[in-house]
Design a protein around this ligand. Structure first.
Ligand SMILES: Cc1cc2nc3c(=O)[nH]c(=O)nc-3n(C[C@H](O)[C@H](O)[C@H](O)COP(=O)(O)OP(=O)(O)OC[C@H]3O[C@@H](n4cnc5c(N)ncnc54)[C@H](O)[C@@H]3O)c2cc1C
Length: 422
C-alpha cells in the first residue's frame, strides 16, 4: 500500500476509491492491459464495500479488513499503484495532467469514479454533536463509538440506508425511532406494498416507525438531545443518524469543465465516455445515456457501480459497446429481511403482488429461506409502467434472480445481470 504518487506519469488514472474504480482496475488487468495503472483516492483505506457499513459492520459482526474489495496483495500482484489519502485536486483536460498533493501526474486516460456524498439535513441544530451520517468506515466507527453509551436514537430518513441503520441500532439494544415524510419506509424507492413489509419488520425488531413525519429542528446544548417534529412531537435522542440521500461528488469534474447532467452527475454517452474523449465516468457519479431506459439516468447501486467500472475499463481499451446492465440492487434489514430488486424503474406506475402459482417459471428451484427467525415470508412484486413489466422485487428469496433476468430479457430484451460479487 502506498501513499502519494512517486511517479509523474501513468497510462490510466482511476480517480476514486470505491467499487467503480476497483472494478475498473480489476477489468483492465483481466483484459490483459500491461500499461501502468494507478488508483487515487482521498480516503485512507483501499476500496471497500460500503454496503456493510449499515449492516454487519455497524453491528460489530465483521472487522474493517473484511470490507476490502481486494486484499493488499491483490494490488501488488496486479501492479496497480494505490495512492491513498491522495485527493485529485485538479484535472487539466488539455494537458492531461492531474494535481495530487504537490505533484502533477500526466495520464493517458482517466476514469472519474468519485462517487457521492451524503445529503445534509437542513434544519436548525443539524450540526450538533451526536448527529451522524454514514458513507465511510470512519463515519461508521464514529457512530459505533457513540452508540456504546446511547439509550435513545432517532434515524432521519426513509431510505434503505436509514432502514438498515435503524434495524442495526435496535439490534444493538438502542431504543430507536425512524422518522420520514413518506407513508412507509422505502416506499419512494420500492413502492408502498414493499414499504409495508419493511415497516412491519422494523416494528418487529423494536424500531418505532414514524412515517408522514417531518423533522423541524434538533435541540441540544453542544450535543443533540431532542428531535422536534413539525407536529410538535419531541423525541429523545442521544444519537441522530441522517439517511436522506446522496449527491454525486462532482467538485473535480466541475472544476475541470466536464459537462454535468440534470441529476447533477457527470454527463456520459451510452459507452460511459464523458465530454472529453479520454475520460470516462462510472458509479454513483455517472449520468449516462441508457439505451435500456431510453433516457439519461444515474444509478446509486453497488453492483451497478462495479459493472460500470468494468465497462469503462473495456471502453478505455477500445470497446464501443453501450453500457446495458439491468439495474440490480439489494437491501438487508436486520438479519431476516432480504430484498432483491431487478428493475428499470421502481416503484414505477404499478406495484402488484405476484401470484407464484401463476409464475412458476420465476420461482427458485429450491425454496429459499422463509424469513429466518420470524422474519417476513417470501413474497414477490411486479413493477409495471404503461402496462409493461419493468422489473421485479423478491422478498426473502421468493424469486430466482436468474429466472427474473431471463424473463426481463424475453419481455424487454434486457441487458446482462450485474456480475456476482467476485
Ligand atoms: C452505508 C451505505 C450502504 C449501502 N448499501 C447498499 C446496498 O445494500 N445495496 C446496494 O446496491 N448499494 C448500497 N449502497 C450504495 C453503494 O455502496 C454505492 O452505489 C457504491 O458505493 C458506489 O460506488 P462508487 O465507486 O461509484 O462511489 P463511492 O463508493 O462513493 O466511492 C467514491 C470514492 O471516490 C473518492 N473521491 C471523491 N473525490 C475524489 C477526488 N477528487 N480524488 C480522489 N478520490 C476522490 C471518495 O472518497 C470515495 O472513496 C450503500 C451505500 C452506503 C453509503
Amino acid at each position: 500500500m502506498s501513499g502519494l504518487p512517486e511517479t509523474d506519469e501513468v497510462d490510466i488514472l482511476l480517480i476514486g476509491g470505491g467499487v467503480a474504480a476497483a472494478g475498473a482496475a480489476e477489468e483492465l488487468r483481466r483484459q490483459g492491459f500491461r500499461g501502468s495503472v494507478a488508483l487515487a483516492t482521498r480516503e485512507s483505506d483501499p476500496p471497500y464495500y460500503r454496503f456493510y457499513l449499515t449492516k454487519d459492520y455497524l453491528r460489530g459482526g465483521i472487522a474493517s479488513d473484511d470490507l476490502a474489495v481486494h486484499s493488499p496483495e491483490w494490488w501488488q500482484d496486479n501492479d496497480v499503484q494505490l495512492w491513498l489519502r491522495a485527493p485529485v485536486l485538479a484535472l487539466d483536460l488539455e494537458a492531461r495532467t492531474a494535481r495530487i498533493g504537490r505533484r502533477s501526474v500526466r495520464w493517458g486516460k482517466a476514469l472519474l469514479a468519485t462517487g457521492a456524498n451524503v445529503r445534509l439535513l437542513d434544519c436548525p441544530g443539524a450540526s450538533l454533536r451526536g448527529v451522524h451520517y454514514l458513507r465511510t468506515t470512519w463515519n461508521a466507527d464514529d457512530l459505533r463509538k457513540d452508540l456504546q453509551t446511547a439509550r435513545d436514537a432517532v434515524v432521519v430518513g426513509g431510505s434503505f440506508i436509514a432502514a438498515e441503520t435503524a434495524a442495526s441500532m435496535a439490534a444493538l439494544g438502542v431504543r430507536t425511532s425512524m422518522v420520514f415524510p413518506e407513508s412507509a419506509p422505502l416506499a419512494r424507492s420500492l413502492g408502498v406494498p414493499v414499504g409495508g413489509i419493511v415497516e412491519d419488520e422494523l416494528s418487529r425488531l423494536g424500531v418505532a416507525v414514524r412515517g408522514s413525519s417531518i423533522v423541524k429542528s434538533l435541540r441540544g446544548d453542544d450535543r443533540v438531545f431532542t428531535v422536534v417534529l413539525a407536529d410538535g412531537t419531541e423525541l429523545r435522542a442521544d444519537v441522530v443518524v441522517v439517511g436522506v440521500g446522496a449527491r454525486p461528488e462532482v467538485t473535480l469534474a466541475k472544476r475541470s469543465g466536464l459537462p454535468l447532467g440534470a441529476t447533477g452527475g457527470v454527463l456520459c454517452d451510452a459507452t460511459l465516455r464523458t465530454g472529453h474523449g479520454q475520460v470516462w465516468a462510472a458509479g454513483d457519479v455517472c449520468e449516462f445515456d441508457s439505451i435500456r431506459h431510453g433516457r439519461r439516468v444515474r444509478i446509486e447501486h453497488d453492483r451497478v457501480a462495479t459493472a460500470q467500472g468494468r465497462h469503462a475499463a473495456r471502453a478505455m481499451l477500445g470497446s464501443d459497446a453501450p453500457f446495458d446492465t439491468y439495474p440490480y440492487f439489494w437491501t438487508t434489514i436486520g438479519e431476516d429481511l432480504h430484498i432483491d430488486v431487478l428493475a428499470l424503474d421502481a416503484p414505477a406506475d404499478e406495484v402488484t403482488p405476484l401470484d407464484p402459482t401463476a409464475h412458476r417459471e420465476l420461482l427458485p428451484r429450491q425454496p429459499k429461506r422463509s424469513g429466518g427467525t420470524g422474519g417476513p415470508a417470501p413474497a414477490a412484486f411486479r413493477y409495471g409502467a404503461g402496462g409493461e413489466t419493468v422489473g421485479y422485487a423478491s422478498i426473502n428469496g421468493a424469486l430466482s434472480l436468474q429466472a427474473v433476468q431471463r424473463e426481463l430479457t424475453r419481455v424487454r430484451g434486457a441487458g446482462v445481470l450485474p456480475e456476482e460479487k467476485p
